[in-house]
Design a protein around this ligand. Structure first.
Ligand code: FE2
Length: 169
């Protein structure tokens, strides 16, 4: 039998693994965004937020007596997904990266909504506040990415045209 508290703990661990994966993905993308400074700067900010989010989750787990020291081991499940979306880069990495980031933010949003409800169910208001803080940052990042999808696509296509024209000369 799994009770709600155990389930909450498990989902917090999953969320922590998800944030570690987010950190890996963001770090990898930031390195390749030298031509897209606005995107790079926002991702750099979100990388810092992501590290803080992981710390908030660790504090929740520590408070529940679940020790966060073994968390590194729980990260396996999501790694495959992160690799599959970051490993397909072929010239249009900025677009593949935008797609992956936007998708990932929404998985994070869904996870924190689940966690907020689960923490409410067991009366853990501190965990609920931590997850609400994380949720707000994920929503802000998803909205920002959404607002930039059109311009980044245009910028990418124009750059590609320019480069291929230059190569023909
Ligand atoms: Fe995020």
């Amino acid at each position: 039998m799994t009770d709600s508290k155990e389930r909450l703990t498990q989902w917090l661990r999953d969320a922590h693994a998800m944030e570690e994966q987010a950190e890996t993905m963001l770090s990898g993308q930031i390195e390749r965004l030298e031509n897209y400074p606005e995107l790079r700067d926002r991702m750099t900010l979100h990388l810092e937020e992501t590290r803080q989010q992981a710390k908030r989750l660790e504090q929740c787990l520590d408070r529940m007596g679940e020790g966060s020291s073994t968390l590194k081991d729980a990260g396996g499940k999501l790694i495959a997904m992160g690799q599959s979306i970051s490993g397909l880069f072929a010239g249009d990495e900025v677009m593949k990266g935008s797609l992956a980031s936007y998708t990932f933010e929404h998985m994070e949003i869904a996870s924190y909504k689940m966690l907020i409800a689960a923490a409410g169910e067991v009366g853990d208001s501190e965990t609920q506040s931590a997850c609400k803080a994380n949720l707000r940052e994920e929503e802000a990042m998803a909205e920002w990415l959404e607002s930039k999808l059109g311009t980044v696509t245009s910028e990418f296509l124009r750059r590609e045209e320019r480069d291929s024209d230059a190569a023909k000369r």
